[in-house]
Design a protein around this ligand. Structure first.
Ligand SMILES: Nc1ncnc2c1ncn2[C@@H]1O[C@H](COP(=O)(O)OP(=O)(O)OP(=O)(O)O)[C@@H](O)[C@H]1O
Ligand SMILES: [Mg+2]
Length: 378
């Protein structure tokens, strides 16, 4: 449904920073944005109509669907299945089947492996004995992954010995077990973002290098410093992975580059991704703009870089309390975009914002981005 002004209405299930930045990209194209959130969120205040309600209530979902032209989700955990149950004809992207596949790390790995994609050796283990046998076969250390509800490294553990595995099992195993993966001694972690239209047409963003600290994304550098052949392989694998799960909108494909130049898929995210925030300043069409375009069924924009180098640094909370942000010193650093997510409360390690620096020399751009990020106090 279009709004009273005739503008298309993009519905978003969720109200965090990804919804915020998607709205900020959609509004210039004349789009109205509506959010459905289970609890109030400062991040999307003022960006559109925000409904705070029980989003598992079918009546709530039916009313919301009736007021939107197309709907997307901010995370794989949003109630997409219920939305389709409430409003079977809703233009919801990505589809619930895609989200269901991605939500379960075992099902996700199996789907990708069945499609012939390169992954770390893995096994879906329904009991501890199977897990011990798989670890023996792969050789220690192994990575244990909870099937569902893991993020930022919560839900993963490295087992160096059978005793580690036995100790971790009760915490990580669900009713159907857990995923055991061979430990990859990767050279670096890369991400490929694919924007895919409901009709299957797509564009692929440049390969990004991503650096984690304490299991959280700290820095993203684009383009990644890899040979062209590796970049091509990463983009090919990324696109094939997204097609294997039928992703529509932005799907992020997290990859490992091994010492011998192979590309392995780590995991997918069916939405705009932290490693694509750089695209706001650095690409002709950002990941958020292309996500909105795809969900609305509009032609996709160019993902090409309009700068030589971009570096994004996350800004995390360092204390507990009410947010009191000071960004003035960071704003004084030239050639840097400063983004805060409008979260009312700060917590240690909570993602509060990010900065993106652009320029020509990777070391200089990185230093500028790090400096700007370090000047922000919250
Ligand atoms: N098989 C593996 N071998 C070596 N390291 C791994 C492996 N799987 C994951 N890791 C490391 O652990 C990190 C987190 O793993 P993964 O991406 O599966 O977890 P997550 O908690 O779902 O992710 P996110 O941090 O993206 O929310 C990876 O970015 C990588 O650094
Ligand atoms: Mg990950």
């Amino acid at each position: 449904m279009a709004s009273s002004s005739g503008a298309p209405v993009l519905g978003i299930l969720g109200g965090g920073q990804l919804g915020r930045m998607t709205a900020l990209a959609a509004i210039p194209m004349g789009v109205r944005v509506r959010f459905l959130v289970p609890k109030p969120s400062g991040s999307v205040d003022g960006l559109g109509e925000v409904t705070v309600a029980d989003w598992t209530d079918l009546d709530v979902l039916r009313t919301f669907a009736a007021s939107c032209s197309a709907i997307t989700v901010e995370s794989e955990w949003a109630p997409a299945d219920l939305l389709v149950q409430a409003a079977p004809d809703v233009a919801l992207w990505p589809r619930p089947e895609t989200l269901r596949l991605i939500r379960h790390k075992g099902r996700q790995n199996q789907t990708l492996a069945d499609a012939g994609l390169p992954l770390p050796d893995f096994e879906l283990c329904s009991n501890l004995d199977d897990a011990l046998a798989a670890a023996e076969r792969f050789g220690y250390p192994v990575i244990l992954k909870q099937y569902t509800h893991s993020y930022d490294g919560y839900g993963n553990a490295t087992a160096r010995t059978p005793d580690d595995l036995r100790a971790a099992w009760p915490d990580l195993a669900g009713a159907d077990g857990l995923l055991v993966e061979a430990f990859v001694r990767f050279k670096q972690e890369l991400t490929v973002l694919v924007a895919r239209h409901p009709d299957g047409s797509h564009v692929t963003y440049p390969v990004a290098y991503t650096e984690q600290r304490d299991h959280r994304c700290h820095a993203v550098v684009v383009p990644a410093d890899i040979p062209e052949a590796t970049a091509e392989a990463a983009r090919r694998v990324g696109l094939a992975a997204v097609e294997a799960v039928g992703g529509v909108g932005i799907t992020a494909v997290e990859l490992f580059e091994t010492g011998d130049g192979r590309i392995l898929v780590n995991e997918l995210a069916p939405r705009p991704h932290n490693t694509g925030h750089y695209s706001i300043e650095a690409c002709y069409a950002s990941q958020f703009e292309n996500h909105a375009r795809a969900v609305l069924g509009w032609p996709l924009g160019s993902p090409d870089l309009r700068v030589a180098v971009a570096v994004m640094i996350n800004v995390l909370g360092e204390r507990e309390g009410v947010t009191q942000s000071n960004i003035e010193d960071a704003l004084a650093v030239s050639g840097v975009g400063v983004h805060l997510y409008g979260k009312a409360d700060v917590r240690p390690k909570r993602k509060m914002g990010h900065v993106t620096a652009t320029g020509t020399d990777p070391a200089e751009v990185r230093a500028r981005a790090e400096r700007a990020a370090s000047l922000i106090t919250l």
